[in-house]
Design a protein around this ligand. Structure first.
Ligand SMILES: Nc1nc2c(ncn2[C@@H]2O[C@H](COP(=O)(O)OP(=O)(O)O)[C@@H](O)[C@H]2O)c(=O)[nH]1
Ligand SMILES: [Mg+2]
Length: 169
């Protein structure tokens, strides 16, 4: 039985997705080292920024996201504007969160704007992180924990599908 969560990272090139992916897998291992179950380790699906940036490739994201339990929209904290249209999350019909990356580079106002873009895109919760400073990951892991408990209560059996480690994009 496989009870880990699959989370797909969607965001533009250089937003920090691959770094985040590697960091999350590591943190998950550390956070849960006294327990037998990791929540997301090796279950973070990285995607190329081109899938979001080129309109004709956006369909590929929808297809890749079929294997995911949670959609994570990734927005770099100091990016002016956003690639995510309002209501974008409804494309996927799955729980959607927002992750602001590189908070170490941004002003408080820039971080607020990034959070707002993600909420407008349909993120039910937004997490502000920095992979360089290692900040913001505990609340994210707690979110996955809550999600896992909810699905444990819902149905006992997982799918048994092994997505493997998809960090290397
Ligand atoms: N300052 C800062 N730079 C970061 C952070 N995370 C990633 N980067 C840098 O941003 C660049 C793009 O990161 P990458 O993970 O490859 O982005 P991707 O294209 O979205 O996969 C790299 O040079 C990273 O070192 C962060 O939290 N803070
Ligand atoms: Mg990448």
């Amino acid at each position: 039985m496989d009870d880990k969560k699959r989370i797909i990272l969607i965001g533009r090139s250089m937003a920090g997705k691959t770094t985040l992916c590697q960091y999350l897998n590591n943190e998950d291992l550390k956070y849960h080292k006294t327990q037998t179950v990791q929540l997301i380790n090796d279950k973070v699906i990285d995607t190329p920024g081109e899938y979001l940036e080129r309109t004709y490739l956006r369909g590929a994201l929808t297809v890749t996201a079929v294997d995911a339990d949670i959609i994570a929209l990734v927005q770099q904290a100091d990016e002016a504007g956003t690639m995510f249209p309002p209501g974008y999350s409804s494309t996927f019909g799955k729980p959607c969160i927002g992750i602001v990356t590189k908070s170490d580079l941004a002003s408080p106002k820039q971080i607020k704007d990034a959070e707002r873009y993600l909420v407008q895109a349909g993120a039910e919760e937004v997490f502000v992180t920095s992979s360089y400073k290692g900040s913001g990951f505990k609340p994210l892991l707690r979110y996955f924990e809550t999600r896992k408990q909810e699905s444990d209560e819902g149905h006992a059996e997982g799918q048994g599908y092994d997505a493997g480690n998809h960090c290397r994009r």
